[in-house]
Design a protein around this ligand. Structure first.
Ligand SMILES: Nc1ncnc2c1ncn2[C@@H]1O[C@H](COP(=O)(O)OP(=O)(O)OP(=O)(O)O)[C@@H](O)[C@H]1O
Ligand SMILES: [Mg+2]
Length: 218
């Protein structure tokens, strides 16, 4: 277990249900008496919000792949030190949407940056803090993008896609392949769930996995 609390990450392609599933799980765990911190990358600290703007703004000028990688790493370093570590020390359950696996999937598999370099950078940014458990919500990329774009239209006046969502479909296919490969290499930590089934079914599967994990590590 990381520090004292429990560190659970949610990973998966665009629109696969990370945010909405993590929110529901947070409510469930709180009802059971856990103290929960729900957080996300990029952008859940003041410094990170500025970085997120640059990373996701569709009008950002062409960002070099290495610049992008370093910005995500900078965001993560701040996030770990300011939010995640603190919460774990206070024995809380941390639910985090996107973490080191997203960098491997997007910058490694999507942008073809050397995987060893990314691992090293992840290590520097996190100080070696890895999740205890990772829920990988897997979904056909076109379906996920449709869902992500629909929710954006509901939430913002412009409804414009962000810089990542606007990447070619082949990019997203590579990202999905990357996530599945990470899961294959880390079967104890990463649990893959099919997110094409109804929302409640996915939520129930997540609850079973997390309940079992928390009971084992009580
Ligand atoms: N299993 C499901 N069946 C149908 N709709 C779903 C399912 N899971 C999530 N959705 C819907 O898909 C949309 C996108 O979900 P959500 O924003 O949680 O995904 P996300 O993975 O956090 O996306 P992003 O990568 O953009 O952060 C939401 O409208 C959500 O209600
Ligand atoms: Mg989300």
């Amino acid at each position: 277990m990381a520090a004292h609390g429990c560190f659970i990450t949610f990973e998966g392609p665009e629109g696969s249900g990370k945010t909405s599933q993590a929110e529901q799980l947070a409510g469930y765990l709180e009802e059971k008496g856990h103290e929960v911190v729900l957080t996300y990358e990029p952008g859940d600290t003041l410094v990170s919000k500025e970085i997120r703007k640059i990373l996701l703004d569709p009008s950002s000028p062409q960002i070099d792949s290495r610049t992008e990688l370093l910005l995500f790493a900078a965001d993560r370093a701040q996030h770990v030190s300011e939010i995640i570590k603190e919460a774990l020390i206070q024995n809380k359950v941390v639910l985090c949407c996107r973490y080191v696996d997203s960098t491997i999937a997007y910058q490694g598999y999507g942008r073809n940056i050397d995987l060893n370099l990314i691992q090293e950078l992840n290590e520097i940014a996190t100080g070696g803090l890895m999740p205890d458990l990772t829920v990988l919500l897997d979904l056909d990329v076109s379906l996920g993008l449709e869902r992500a774009i629909r929710i954006r239209k509901e939430e913002s006046a412009s409804g414009d896609s962000d810089r990542m969502e606007s990447q070619r479909i082949q990019f997203h296919e590579q990202v999905r392949k990357g996530f599945l490969s990470i899961a294959n290499d880390n079967p104890d930590r990463v649990k893959v769930l099919d997110s094409s089934v109804p929302f409640e079914d996915v939520q129930n599967s997540i609850r079973s996995i997390v309940d079992e994990f928390l009971n084992q590590n009580d």
